[in-house]
Ligand binder design. Structure first.
Ligand code: HEC
Length: 126
């Protein structure tokens, strides 16, 4: 009986991890890594991130993309971002985003949850 109870407690405490969705608050902290080069509102070393979801890769006006990014051809959404952020240089060979990527899938999910909110927030992005 005690064993069963321990098993059930274990199951309950594991459940939120298994069902994990992106946590935007944690994602905001992870975004500080991106802020070395990016801002939501304006182009810096990297292109602005406002309006990212639903936008074609390599399409922010007045930003000089690499030929590789201009040709990449995807539309940014949860899946395409997850793949790119995991390993930018491998996903888009020739990209000028000189960043090794975010290897932890949970960190990527958190980051994407944050980006989804922040890049369409009318208080930040008009
Ligand atoms: C060392 C600087 C640097 C860092 C750090 C960096 N980026 Fe970038 N990022 C760039 C550059 C430069 C580009 C343009 C790539 C190109 O044209 O090939 C870019 C492009 C992108 C794009 C494509 C945007 C578009 O308009 O098509 C996304 C998405 C992106 N970065 C997300 C991120 C995220 C998320 C992080 C943090 C985990 C991050 N980047 C960290 C420099 C950086």
């Amino acid at each position: 009986m005690r064993l069963l109870a321990a098993f059930l407690v274990g199951l309950l405490t594991c459940a939120p991890v298994l069902a994990a969705d992106g946590n935007a608050e944690r994602g905001e902290e992870i975004y500080t890594r991106c802020k070395a080069c990016h801002a939501l509102e304006q182009n810096r070393v990297g292109p602005r991130h406002c309006g990212l979801f639903g936008r074609k890769a390599g399409s922010v006006p007045n930003y000089q993309y690499s030929a590789a990014m201009k040709k990449y051809g995807v539309t940014w959404n949860e899946e395409t971002l997850d793949k790119f952020i995991e390993n930018p240089l491998k996903t888009v060979p020739g990209t000028k985003m000189g960043y090794a990527g975010v290897k932890d899938p949970q960190e990527r999910a958190d980051l994407i949850a944050y980006l989804k909110k922040a890049t369409s927030d009318p208080k930040i992005c008009d």
